[in-house]
Design a protein. Sequence first.
Length: 556
Amino acid sequence: MSYKPQLVPSEWLWVTLLLLKLKLSFRTPDIDCLARGVKLTQHIAAAQFFTPSRAAFLIGRYPIRSGMASSNRYRALQWNAGSGGPPENETTFSKLLQQQGYTTGLVGKWYQGVNCKSFNDHCHHPLNHGFDYCYGMPFTLLNNSQENKPPELGVALQAKLWLYSQIIIIAVIALTTGKLTGLISICWKIIACFTLVDCLFFISWYSSYGLVQHWNCILMRNHDVTEQLMRLERTTSLMLKEAVSFIKRNRYGPFLLFVSFLHVHTPLFTTAKFIGKNHHGLYGDNVEEMDLMVGKILDSLDKEGLENHTFTYFASDHGGHLEAQAGSAQLGGWNGIYKGRKGMGGWEGGIHVPGVFRWPGVLPAGTVIDEPTSLMDIYPTVVHLAGGILPQDRVIDGRNLMLLLQGRTQSSEHEFLFHCCGSYLHAVRWHQKDGKSVWKAHYVTPVFHPLGAGTYYGKGICLCFGEGMTHHEPPLLFDLSQDPSEAKPLSADTEPLFDTVVERIGRAIEEHCRTLTPVPEQLSLYNVIWKLWLQPCCGTFPFCWCDKEGDSTQNL
């Protein structure tokens, strides 16, 4: 179709772990260049974990509305062969842009599931959610993807693998006994398959997650597995090549490109060229490598003459993972002045993220916006730019940002933002329209443990409920406009408006809850456990292995 320069969003999202808060400590010239556009200082994630946060970003709705908010301990997908993911009746912004004639592409990690009922139904696959092309990891990069790193999925997963192997052993014994006694009519091939699967589970448990790496750490191009196992030493170059190639292929028509880097996430795999370049250690090295990749992609826009015709967005899914450490080395980033971190339901350190926009000639450069905004706002914003129409049969929680970004209004359309941990409400933010205050009420907070002067972390990834939680009645109240670090909770004795604010937020919670309807939980135990029949496999299962990339990489 004909080129529509004023309507060409090329949108990116990286898991940067609050990178922009540390730009003075890192050499990030290309990201700094982006930040000279429009910078949002109160940009908020809809969740504190990748899977629900990304779902909210894609569909413009709180995770609980789509079933992507968990009521159990599993707050993210655990396997490529799980059955959870965004329901097919949810409409992503990529699907709406596709309907408007845009070519849509995803490069990087997806982490929204692959299949539902069989290994090739691809119900949760990007191509089923509005992307014409995709390349990258259907899962996410974890320590398990690198041989010399400790397993990241935890001891609980090892226990599950052991449990699965024992259950299958019992099933094999029962089937064999039934076959030999004539009580069950079943062929020996089926019993042999069960026995083989049990051996795989046992080997995986015994070899400290060897098969976790083999089944989760893979690359796909569209529906085809291209690498199993991934060769991390060339993944960075492959991602860069795919992003640049997509831009070049689609330079004559409207497109949307969603680049989701594997940076900056443990195990922080960094190519040799960047090792030892930054005084912040491996984390800093990884950040600088990502920055160069950002620059290469921006350069490709300039080379194709698309800079002034491209709406560019840079953000993070959630806050830094402060517990990710190796000795004294910090691997999970920093959250600056903000309390808490990834996985915590309401503290700013888990949800306060960078937000940067650039569109030369349309968005005023050098603009700083202090109004509350959300990752969910990208949905109605890009749909508006593409000339699409938002779904009218559901609640859309995001708000169109264009008037705010262009300076045609000074106020955010968000009066309340609700901060849940899984499906449990932990905190609420109220942007008072007739005043400058941004109030934040915490109803539930995780128990903290001190880990150094002035810094408090939780032990491991915090749960959303149970003994590790403290319930507050009345809630802890902060005025974020005066206390962004959430260091000094207010009370009726110190804040004259305390009772009024708490009452108004309470009414907002009641109104919000009335808009929620029950939906199937996509992160239920059944949906997150590994299922043999859903496993993406290149070759003959269980001997899944292939390398279809060869040496088709480019140097950074």
